[in-house]
Design a binder for this molecule. Structure first.
Ligand SMILES: *Cc1c(COP(=O)(O)O)cnc(C)c1O
Length: 396
């Protein structure tokens, strides 16, 4: 047998973390890495946050799982925290981002079909989007590398150009149920949508009674210096998927909706065995307690601005390597002029700095939101050393 016991769908690297301390990961052999990847925008409180650990420990000792057949004081608490902090009136809990987007897709379809209009099932989505790896969520993306081997895709998705309102308008028709969009594309390369685009989608949805569905799985939960990135645009969605940061590292996602948008999600229409289990709810509540306040959000915005302006200065020293810096808060990307992936590997393997590669030749900078001055200094030391020692592969 030559297949590995772990199904070989990930090209895993040589870093094998066994422990986390605040903004660092420690490898099997004791090597310390500065973690500006945060498990891909997940560990927003870092790796050893006392409040999060004790909330999980306490809940694990008390009650870990019960069925959704019973009442859920823990779920009511976290749903209330989310409703209080957002546009939403109601919340469905999932275990992952893809499930949260799935729920959002079902909610948007059910909004129309609940009233008997079965023609409106199509969501207009956007080029280079990432919505997860289930059949519906890969069907919602135009990225062929995620489709290969899995056809037929699910019907009901049309792909418009990202950040191009005219392109979205051109795809609208009698079957259109709504729009599904990341306000800031994450995997696509930290590409923030423009103000005009987001407000334009909101206006189109209002005008035609369509659902504006936001995928804030990566951009949400204080990452950009607001609770959710759409707040930067002065708009609110009808339906929104959140996950990644919401559990601080514990698997948790949610689909949020207004009362109106959720009209099709009635008794028996949807469910999840694990979704909303007390352990996940305790983790989510601890995260919300830490981040859903003006002081914390302001600190993220301030650190984001500081990191960004220093990055902009820094790339000026290496105009042959870097093109620009983009993003909001602590969701930042450095678009490179040379191939970004080998540079990301160089930073990781030669300078013990963890970042995340993304589309559009972009290096993602996604530190834990609790980082301090010391970690910012360490980041620039490693990044500077990495850029100074970098030899672009294939240049001879
Ligand atoms: C990560 C991500 C997902 C999928 O989340 P999973 O928890 O991996 O299923 C969906 N949408 C966006 C924008 C993401 O970044």
């Amino acid at each position: 047998m030559s297949i590995s016991p772990l199904m070989p769908v990930y090209p895993r690297c040589g870093v094998r973390p066994v422990r986390g301390e605040h903004c660092h990961l420690i490898d099997e052999d004791g090597t310390r890495y500065l973690d500006f990847a945060s498990g891909i925008a997940v560990n927003l409180l870092g790796h050893s946050h006392e409040g999060l650990i004790s909330a999980i420990q306490k809940q694990a000792e008390t009650l870990m799982h019960v069925s959704n057949l019973y009442g859920s004081p823990q779920g009511e608490k976290l749903a209330r925290q989310l409703v209080d902090a957002t546009f939403a009136d109601t919340v469905f809990f999932t275990n992952s981002g893809a499930e949260a987007v799935e729920t959002a897709i079902k909610t948007a379809r059910a909004y129309h079909q609940h009233e008997g209009d079965t023609s409106k099932f199509e969501l207009i989505t956007f080029a280079n989007a990432f919505h997860g790896r289930t059949m519906a969520t890969i069907s919602a993306s135009n990225q062929e590398k995620m489709h290969h081997g899995f056809s037929p895709l699910l019907a009901g998705f049309k792909y418009a150009e990202f950040d191009n309102l005219e392109s979205a308008k051109a795809l609208m028709g009698p079957n259109t149920a709504g729009f599904l969009v990341e306000p800031i594309q994450g995997e696509g390369g930290i590409r923030p949508a423009s103000q005009e685009f987001m407000q334009g989608l909101r206006a189109l949805a209002d005008e035609h009674d369509l659902m504006l569905v936001l995928d804030e799985v990566q951009s949400g939960v204080a990452r950009t210096g607001k609770m959710y990135a759409h707040e930067h645009y002065g708009i609110a969605p009808d339906i929104m998927a959140t996950a990644k940061g919401i559990g601080g590292g514990f698997p948790l996602g949610a689909c949020l909706a207004t009362e109106k948008a959720a009209r099709g999600m009635t008794f028996g229409t949807h469910g999840s065995t694990y979704g909303g289990n007390p352990l996940a709810m305790a983790a989510g509540s601890a995260v919300m307690e830490a981040v859903a306040n003006d002081e914390f959000l302001a600190s993220v915005a301030e650190k984001g601005e500081r990191l960004r302006s220093r990055l902009e200065q820094f790339i000026g020293n290496y105009p042959e390597l870097f093109e620009l810096v983009r993003g909001k808060g602590l969701m930042l990307g450095m678009k490179m002029k040379v191939e970004s992936r080998p540079f990301f590997v160089h930073l990781r393997d030669n300078h013990q700095l963890l970042t995340v590669a993304a589309g559009d030749n972009t290096l993602r900078v996604l530190p834990p939101l609790v980082l301090g001055d010391a970690e910012i200094e360490e980041f620039f030391e490693k990044l500077s050393a990495g850029a100074a020692s970098y030899e672009v592969p294939g240049d001879g």
